[in-house]
Design a protein around this ligand. Structure first.
Ligand code: ATR
Length: 282
């Protein structure tokens, strides 16, 4: 069988997804390809989907700006994606389309792969910085995985409040301003930076002041351009352990690949290669 896979979005630029999925195909000893399909705002998403079905595409990823607008074209949406109102992976089977969202779970997989102690202790105090689409997925996945204490700090408290509504039973969440998050930084074992602050071209900024960070805390940033953000650099100087952003992209891809092929391909070697590529790019 030929695995014809793809990615839709706009603009797609230098996406790393083709590189990741072609490596997975090779490692799984499957033949196939992963192509980028840029859909400009004036183009038809519906026609592209029709084309995918006709040409035997097995599955595709969805990125900005189509994660929400794809939903009306799907026959079925899996629970997590439906709860989040966003789909990043579609499986085509017998001409029917099913939507999934692997972003949040991919992030959690990347975190516990790097720090297995986090998986075994659901009482870890977690602080999520930001309340956008990425934070929403991560929050849902952490809550679903059984983490009991997940606070959210955001510039706009209302969006954090909306995310809190998605908590599973057993998760307690306090909402904080970004200034409060700085004062209380020492309360947390894991801090997850999901805002665009620190991203190119604003690399000189960090979303909160980390001076009060607990020694040995885990500082995680989902930004990977640059790989070493100011948030991570500051945290490292203060004795934190660092979790880089590129692994979220890699493990959400690992989950998508599993949905399409039924195969789980190890990603640790690819994580190292990807880090080198991104370091070279900066
Ligand atoms: P994504 O889908 O990548 O999560 P997003 O939905 O646009 O992107 O979310 C961006 C996040 O970065 C939000 O939490 C946003 O805060 P607001 O909800 O207050 O907009 C945060 N953010 C962006 N610029 C920021 C800034 N200059 N200071 C603080 N937070 C910022």
């Amino acid at each position: 069988m030929q695995y014809k896979l793809g990615l839709i979005g706009y603009p797609l630029g230098h996406s790393l997804s083709p590189w990741i999925h072609e490596a997975f195909l090779r490692d799984a000893e499957l033949s196939g390809s992963y192509e980028k399909y840029e859909i400009a705002p004036e183009d038809s998403l519906e026609l592209m989907i029709k084309h995918f079905i006709e040409t035997g595409i097995k599955g595709f990823n969805i990125t900005v700006p189509y994660k929400e607008t794809i939903i009306p074209y799907l026959d079925d949406v899996e629970g997590k994606a439906s709860k989040m109102g966003a789909v990043n992976t579609v499986l085509i089977h017998d001409g029917k389309l099913k939507g999934y969202n692997t972003d949040g779970e991919g992030y959690v997989r990347s975190l516990v792969t790097a720090f297995p102690e986090v998986e075994s202790d659901k009482d870890k105090r977690i602080l999520l910085l930001g309340a956008g689409g990425a934070a929403r997925g991560i929050y849902c996945a952490l809550s679903e995985a059984g983490y009991r204490f997940i606070d959210i700090a955001n510039r706009t408290i209302q969006t954090a409040e909306n995310i809190k509504q998605l908590a599973n039973e057993g998760t307690t969440t306090n909402l904080l301003t970004l200034a409060e998050a700085g004062y209380k930084a020492s309360d947390y074992d894991v801090l997850i930076q999901t805002t665009s602050v620190g991203m190119e071209p604003n690399e000189d900024a960090s979303v909160i002041n980390l001076d009060r960070l607990k020694l040995g805390a885990i500082a995680s940033d989902i930004v990977y351009k640059p790989l070493d953000t100011k948030f991570l650099n500051d945290a490292k100087v203060l004795g934190a352990r660092i979790h880089h952003g590129h692994t979220m992209l890699l493990y959400q891809a690992q989950l998508a690949f599993e949905i399409w092929t039924g195969k789980r391909v190890p990603a640790d070697e690819l994580a190292l290669q990807m880090k080198k590529i991104l370091e070279g790019a900066s």
